[in-house]
Design a protein around this ligand. Structure first.
Ligand code: F6R
Length: 369
């Protein structure tokens, strides 16, 4: 079933362009988002939503964090993201104006299932983003928007993650249209950006050889830090999680703005730090702030690996390595920036001779608490 690939993970990482394309397929009709699965939600009901609570665990929760930025920007509705196991044990305040969106590749994660059940009991409406047809969580939800990533076998989630962001973005754009919070042009532009993502992921995959080399050089590394801002922040968290689970290396992701509030104390000569650099073309640009973070850590001896947009020359004087991603609107960058981080973790795992598909102590679906 690996079809010539040395591991499922390698195969699944390479399938990400299709995972996104298949999740979009049939859902953009004549320049409009079209999600028939959501027909049980009337437009009035979608307009009446006061708040969205996303529940998920692990990588799925990071897809939720990415989507929070997009849904709030597009649909002007507050979005909170909560780990399912924290949500269900704290008597969260929800009612029939709350939409609870669950995200689960397997559709069987016990804590997420229980979070959805709790939410329904409280009168919330529930939508599940799921990759597994007929799984338990979608059956327990009012509606399901399937990601069409195809079966994900490797324990570490990769193609399901990009498919989750894609489905959440489609949902966010649908909501924005119904609520009238985006102009026609902005809506069309976002849909066009989304449709361009598969080809751009293909381009990023073309950098894999260089990323692999980096991983091989770093096979003895004991700790790696990841920094990002805005939608790059959850990508930093995801990069760190991938490295922990696949290569058993201590890794942490931070919001770059937090550096001075503590994490910069960790920087010592030789410390590798991946930095997800926002596009210099963003409107209220965060780019100079992140470049100055890079300067700060570099001055303390960090070894900086920047993931930056093609043509961004500002990072060159300060980064030890630069991995390029194609130009995309800021909200779409996570779908590109995550790829080298997945590849890095996978290659480091292989360089250490570990089982990349079945990391120790982990199971593909966590059906117990
Ligand atoms: C990380 C990973 C896990 C899952 C988490 C949720 O690579 O695979 O963090 O994302 O266990 O699983 P699902 O999406 O099946 O609910």
């Amino acid at each position: 079933e690996k079809g010539g690939w040395s591991s499922f993970m390698r195969k699944e990482v390479s399938e990400q362009p299709e995972a996104v394309a298949n999740t979009i397929r049939g859902r953009i009709v004549e320049g409009e988002v079209h999600i028939p699965e959501l027909e049980s939600f009337g437009d009035d009901e979608l307009r009446g939503i006061r708040r969205i609570t996303i529940v998920a665990c692990g990588t799925a929760s990071y897809a939720g964090l990415v989507a929070k930025y997009a849904i709030e920007q597009w649909a002007r509705v507050p979005v909170e993201v909560e780990l399912s196991h924290e949500f269900r044990y704290r008597e969260p305040v929800i009612d029939d104006t709350t939409l609870v969106l669950s995200i689960s590749q397997s559709g069987e994660t016990m804590d997420t299932l229980m979070a959805v059940k709790y939410a329904r009991e409280q009168g919330a409406r529930t939508i599940s983003i799921c990759n597994t047809q007929g799984a338990t969580i979608p059956r327990e939800s009012d509606a399901v928007v399937y990601t069409h990533a195809g079966p994900e076998v490797a324990v570490a989630s990769t193609k399901a993650f990009v498919a989750q962001i894609t489905a959440l973005y489609l949902f966010g754009l649908h909501l924005a249209r119904v609520r009238g919070t985006l102009s026609r042009e902005a809506l069309t532009e976002a849909l066009t950006e989304l449709q361009e993502i598969p080809a751009k992921i293909e381009t990023v995959l073309g950098e894999s050889e260089r990323v692999a080399q980096l991983a091989h050089w770093m096979a003895d590394t004991r700790s790696v830090l990841f920094l990002g801002r805005h939608v790059g922040f959850p990508i930093a968290l995801e990069g760190a999680l991938k490295l922990k689970e696949l290569a058993y290396i201590h890794a942490e992701g931070f919001a770059a703005g937090e550096l001075k509030h503590g994490p910069i104390a960790l920087i010592e000569p030789g410390q590798p730090v991946f930095v997800v650099v926002p596009s210099p073309r963003g409107s209220a640009s965060l780019h100079p702030k992140v470049v100055s973070n890079i300067q700060e850590i570099r001055a303390r001896g960090a070894r900086v690996i920047a993931i930056a947009e093609a043509g961004d020359a500002a990072v060159l004087p300060f980064a030890d390595e630069v991995i390029r991603i194609p130009l995309a609107a800021p909200l779409f960058e996570p779908l590109l920036a995550v790829v080298p981080l997945q590849v890095f973790a996978m290659e480091l795992s292989q360089a250490k001779g570990l089982d990349v598909d079945q990391p120790r102590n982990l199971a593909k679906s966590v059906t117990v608490e």
